[in-house]
Design a protein around this ligand. Structure first.
Ligand code: FCB
Length: 464
């Protein structure tokens, strides 16, 4: 057990992240129209307890107070997303009333000395574009680049870090193959087309932003995972790890950093038409150089093929061939996700060696965090030692990766506050700050107070 603080490199960025649909509410105010999440949440059974983001944390009306809260937590950066359906409700026509909200938010952040980190797409496609085929339609990628340019016109002078997409894996495969996220489609071929068009949209938007603003820092956020074969000596288990790694990590990393899809992935999904949606020149657009990679890490997976699972349909893995995860006895969070901090260290080393190192770009952890059963005391305070321990363990793993030589420049905790956790509604709480949804009161949890200390010291205290 260590007794001295673990210091992070000078200038390390400490922040927290949120996403528009998860916190804003005001879902139909000032001209905002439906996104796919508004429409999806209305489908019976799609979201736990028929919850939705109509009010959420009411951040739309409380941004000044929330920025003050970030100040209390000593955050140096705040990663938020803009709602396309608020800024361009029909997917193509700018809505000045909606854009104004982000302009005000950015001013509030800058006044508080907090770096605004803008994500253009955190899963909330305007429903009008889904009606035209959504991400399975190539045209959506072009519309996304137009949206990027509109947002840059409004905010480019003040926002210097832009990420295009958050976790395109979830958009494509949870949304279009498994159907547990909006738009709730269960069409494996459409999911692969969506993955390609999301990447294309990223590339087109990056080109557009770069042309407008050569100095801005541009990137993308991927959720990446570590797939360990249960028995590394077993050929089936090794194939399971290779396949799932291909369909989760490499399907995005290889086009972005190498300008090609992995050959083994193309072979695995050859019956699903991916090759038909890739046009000449697309991969050069997708591989447009970026300035940083955002990595979201939550958990690892031990994977096997024995016994092969009955093809569980629908699945986010469109060509799993019997590969599936099995518990390996590690503790799990409220989401049932295994707590595996060492996976973060291994993942970062791998990503730098194979992708970001050769590209010469830094990595930022753009999300990491945990849901647990929070029990507030009479004053609403949550003594969440479990979440605090989760953060501590992952930050130690991150520190170890930095010591290994991985160029990680910052950490943005998920999440600033409890919020609408997609299909789980309000049942899973990830916040550093508790939100009482009845009163909309915000109360920092023990983990939030602890994190404020880490951010202020740029160091981890001795192990708890
Ligand atoms: C990530 C999402 C984020 C949140 C966390 C728990 O996949 O980007 O919005 O739901 O998971």
């Amino acid at each position: 057990m260590s007794t001295t603080p673990l210091e992070f490199p000078e200038g390390f960025l400490w922040g927290a992240a949120t996403a528009a649909y998860q916190i804003e509410g005001a879902a139909h105010e000032d001209g905002r129209q439906d996104s796919i999440w508004d429409a999806f949440a209305r489908k019976p059974g799609a979201v736990a307890d028929a919850h939705n983001g109509e009010v959420a944390c009411d951040h739309y009306h409380r941004s000044a107070q929330d920025v003050a809260l970030m100040g209390e937590l000593n955050l140096s950066a705040y990663r938020f997303s803009t709602s396309w359906a608020r800024c361009m409700p029909d997917g193509g026509t700018p809505n000045p009333d909606g854009i104004r909200f982000y302009s005000r938010l950015v001013d509030e952040l800058l006044a508080a000395g907090i770096t605004p980190w803008l994500t253009l797409y955190h899963w909330d496609l305007p429903q009008a574009l889904e009606d035209e085929g959504g991400w399975a339609n190539r045209e959506t990628a072009e519309r996304f680049a137009d949206y990027a340019a509109v947002m840059h016109e409004a905010l480019g002078g003040r926002v210097r870090i832009w990420t295009t997409l958050n976790e395109p894996w979830c958009s494509a495969f949870l949304g279009y193959a498994e159907g547990v996220h909006a738009p709730g489609r269960t069409e494996p071929a459409a999911a692969l087309a969506a993955a390609h068009h999301l990447l294309l949209g990223h590339g087109l938007a990056t080109q557009r932003l770069r042309a407008r603003d050569p100095e801005a820092k541009l990137g993308i956020t991927l959720n990446l995972n570590v797939f360990d074969p249960v028995d590394p000596a077993d050929e089936g288990d090794r194939d399971a790890a290779r396949r799932l790694d291909g369909q989760f990590n490499r399907i995005f990393l290889d086009p972005l950093f190498r300008g090609e899809y992995p050959a083994d992935l193309l072979a695995d999904v050859s019956h699903l038409g991916l090759a038909d949606v890739i046009r000449a020149g697309d991969l050069e657009v997708i591989a447009e150089p970026i300035d940083l990679l955002g990595v979201n890490y939550y958990h690892g997976e031990a994977v096997t093929k024995s016994p092969p699972t009955a093809t569980a349909q629908p699945s986010p893995f469109v060509a799993a061939d019997g590969a599936h995860s099995v518990p390996r006895g590690l503790p799990v969070t409220g989401m049932g996700w295994e707590v595996q901090p060492d996976g973060l260290r291994r993942l970062l080393n791998r990503v730098q060696q194979e992708y970001t190192g050769p590209a010469g770009i830094p990595i930022y952890i753009t999300e990491n965090g945990a849901a647990y059963e929070d029990v507030p005391d009479a004053d609403g305070f949550v003594d969440d030692q479990d979440r605090l321990t989760f953060f501590d363990a992952h930050l130690r793993a991150l520190h170890a990766a930095v010591a290994d030589g991985v160029d990680v420049r910052g950490y943005l905790a998920w999440s600033l506050m409890d919020n609408f956790e997609w299909a789980y509604g309000y049942h899973q709480r990830f916040g550093l700050v508790r939100v009482d949804y009845e009163s909309q009161q915000r109360i920092p949890k023990a983990s939030g107070r602890w994190y404020a200390g880490v951010a202020a010291q740029n160091a981890l205290p001795p192990a708890p």
